[in-house]
Design a protein around this ligand. Structure first.
Ligand SMILES: C[S@@+](CC[C@H](N)C(=O)[O-])C[C@H]1O[C@@H](n2cnc3c(N)ncnc32)[C@H](O)[C@@H]1O
Length: 488
């Protein structure tokens, strides 16, 4: 039963929240002649909309769960509204939507709260609540936007719904994850769908659904407009929006006003941002120094040669207010990706024996990249890994705070793959770049592009958008930058 609830992303909207949303739509001045709720559940949105939109002529509700359909039909009967409202048992992925939508009297409203489940969750559960593959790829570019591996089922549904209202006298009011809204907006703007207005109101899901999810009411009006912006409101009752999401150069922008102010700093950075080392086996590859002994994640004392051991920091170290001395180290088996690891056998036999002893764990690393690689291979490694000075930031933590990472005990410190960094030969270079990156101007530049509720708000692609030479000029540090930094 719980599995079914999960597979169908079943979180029924409470009447109170459905009322608040319909009241809001009424305040916007939108008076629909028809309403459609494509995954209506027990029908709370439909019941409430009868009250708020008394002039509506037709309401259509569809739902896959037969019990919910019965419950919704009974509620409608108790309100004597059967003439206006039709509820049918139907699978969203099988319905002939084009036919249904063209017959709706305008203006029409697409209302509801689509299922909260991802395809990968369905994969784990062996659930089948998915669109047919042929249909799925019909929407050009969809796979490129979502990333094929994991997406919300609601994302696919809302993209279809946006097509229904594009350029029409129609609107959409949908409860969904904020991350889904961003993907849908990016899709709509990239494909020049005709949207006149878009708004997002954050919703406290703990109060209404007893789960903590970054979710919102997504309001979109069809029609033509040259502006690609979305007003973002902290709370559904707020009158003033707190920021404007926008679109520029194929990217979604989190604060369009600030983005425009700092956009002139955008450009190809003379430095290449890198992410730290990926090994996917911290139990074996990461060692802690405890009372002078090296201990792995399996609580074994490890006695190996020093050659392949490097001090390391993780995201949690980098995000501390002040860096402490490294308390962990990493076994770095290669100097660059693809390098043969056989040499370890001769140079450091104890290290090889340790790795061989744990080969079962190392060989069953989940990512398929390891299948085609050298024994005990790692990724995200190259000359840059071994430069002595680094400027690093965590991709996970929700703050813009760059740190100088100095060498430790004569060795460069390496970072794990949740960190991003630039790399230098000297302390002076690292300190200057770090100072520049921590300036208000740089932070404003990045902030205007960051969505803090993303799992990894900071990425290499974001960091690479700032041209450090332009930043140096803006900060009055051009001479220090051009004379002091080795750009190789
Ligand atoms: C998040 S609940 C919301 C229900 C209702 N819209 C509301 O706001 O209360 C999602 C609903 O979608 C239904 N559902 C899931 N997959 C569906 C599908 N493929 N076709 C139609 N309905 C589906 C679920 O049974 C569930 O009732």
């Amino acid at each position: 039963m719980q599995n079914k609830k999960t597979e169908f992303g079943d979180f029924q909207t409470p009447l109170e929240l459905a009322s608040t949303i319909c009241e809001k739509i009424k305040l916007f001045g939108f008076q629909p002649h028809s309403i459609i709720e494509p995954t209506c559940g027990i029908g709370n949105f439909i019941l409430v909309s009868l009250k708020y939109f008394p002039f509506v002529k037709r309401i259509l509700g569809y739902e896959i769960n037969k019990d919910y359909v019965c419950s919704a039909i009974n509620s409608i009967k108790s309100l004597n509204a059967e003439k206006k409202v039709v509820i049918e048992c139907a699978d969203f992925f099988g319905n002939d939507w084009e036919n249904i939508i063209t017959r709706l009297q305008k203006p029409f409203l697409v209302l509801g709260n689509p299922p909260w489940v991802t395809n990968s969750k369905l994969g784990v559960m062996k659930g089948s609540n998915l669109p047919d593959k042929k249909n799925f790829y019909k929407y050009t570019g969809f796979e490129a936007i979502t990333g094929k591996s994991n997406f919300d089922i609601s994302e696919w549904m809302i993209i279809r719904k946006i097509h229904w209202i594009s350029g029409q006298h129609a609107a959409l009011a949908i409860l969904c994850k904020t991350s889904v809204v961003r993907k849908v907006l990016l899709y709509a703007w990239k494909h020049d769908l005709e949207i006149k207005e878009a708004k997002v109101f954050f919703i406290d899901t703990k109060t209404y659904f007893k789960v903590a999810v970054d979710a919102c009411l997504f309001w979109v009006v069809g029609g033509s407009s040259s502006k690609k912006v979305c007003q973002v409101y902290r709370h559904i009752n707020d009158d003033k929006y707190e920021s404007l999401w926008g679109f520029d150069n194929g990217k979604l922008i989190s604060d369009i006003a600030s983005y425009n102010e700092f956009k002139h700093l955008e450009g190809d950075s003379p430095f290449k941002w890198r992410s730290g080392i990926k090994h996917d086996c911290s139990k074996v590859m990461e060692l802690r120094s405890i009372n002078g002994l090296l201990v792995n994640g399996l609580k074994e004392v490890v006695e190996i040669e020093d050659d392949y051991i490097y001090p390391m920091y993780k995201s949690s170290d980098i995000s501390k207010n002040k860096l402490s001395l490294p308390s962990r180290c990493m076994i770095v088996t290669q100097q660059h990706v693809g390098q043969s690891t056989n040499v370890i056998q001769q140079v450091a036999p104890k290290t090889w024996a340790y790795l061989s002893c744990h080969s079962e764990l190392l060989n069953k690393r989940a990512s398929s990249i390891y299948n085609r690689s050298e024994l005990y291979a790692i990724f995200g490694v190259g000359n840059y890994t071994f430069l002595r000075w680094k400027v690093a930031i965590s991709g996970f933590y929700k703050k813009l705070d760059f740190k100088v990472v100095p060498p430790y005990q004569g060795k460069p410190v390496v970072l794990d793959d949740t960190c991003y960094f630039l790399y230098f030969d000297t302390r002076e270079e690292a300190e200057l770049i770090c100072r520049m990156l921590n300036s208000d101007i740089s932070k404003n530049f990045f902030s205007s592009r960051i969505f803090w509720d993303n799992k990894r708000p900071i990425t290499v692609s974001l960091l690479s958008q700032l041209d450090l030479l332009k930043l140096a000029i803006e900060l009055g540090l051009k001479d220090e930058f051009t004379n002091g930094i080795n750009i190789s």
